[in-house]
Design a binder for this molecule. Structure first.
Ligand code: FEO
Length: 191
């Protein structure tokens, strides 16, 4: 039995006792750690898209997707910080290789939209967990991601509309690439 004057040494998880009051449920912790992986996958996926655009000659699209890749990395890091701040050290997962080649710029953007929809579903599931568990801290944290996903999906939907509006021939694709170059050069508001 422990004596009162005995100095207790940190056990396996040093964060465990210091931030106990903010502890996440195992379900929430797992969902957030999984999201670290999903944001990392999004970052890698956009990096692969940027690289494909670069070698295919779509300079504007390449710049655009390099920037998207950076943005997704910041999302991943946001969640890592949150987990750590909550006293639940983040687990950095292995990230599977993304698709490396695409049939067209339009196909690539369709894949980007699909990826974002997958992320949105995951974020919404986490929000549902916070509501069930009355986890107000994580709920407030996730609010930013809910809004961000609306913007990201809208961004890719709008880009896909350009193919219907401008066309799919070489001149049209070149125009769309120029639009992407302008988008890439326009800084997004940071959070
Ligand atoms: Fe961070 Fe666009 O998912």
């Amino acid at each position: 039995m422990k004596k009162f004057n005995q100095i207790s040494m940190p056990e396996k998880d040093e964060h465990k006792n210091t931030k106990e009051y903010k502890k996440l449920s195992p379900k929430m912790k797992k969902a957030l750690n999984d999201q670290v992986g999903l944001e990392g996958l999004a970052s890698n996926s956009y990096l692969a898209m940027a690289s494909w655009c670069e070698v295919t000659g779509y300079k504007g699209a390449a710049d655009y997707f390099y920037a998207q890749s950076d943005e997704e990395r910041t999302h991943m890091i946001k969640i890592v910080h949150f987990l750590n701040d909550m006293g639940n050290a983040a687990t950095i997962p292995a990230i599977k290789a993304p698709t490396a080649s695409y049939k067209s710029l339009e196909g690539l953007i369709k894949t980007a939209l699909k990826n974002e929809q997958t992320v949105t579903t995951a974020i919404h599931k986490m929000v549902e967990i916070t509501q069930k568990e009355k986890d107000h801290s994580t709920y407030a944290f996730l609010e930013w991601f809910v809004n961000e996903q609306v913007q990201e999906e809208t961004k890719f939907e709008t880009l896909l509309q350009k193919f219907d509006l401008i066309g799919r021939d070489k001149i049209a694709i070149n125009e769309i690439d120029k639009i992407l170059a302008v988008e890439a050069a326009t800084p997004e508001p940071t959070a």
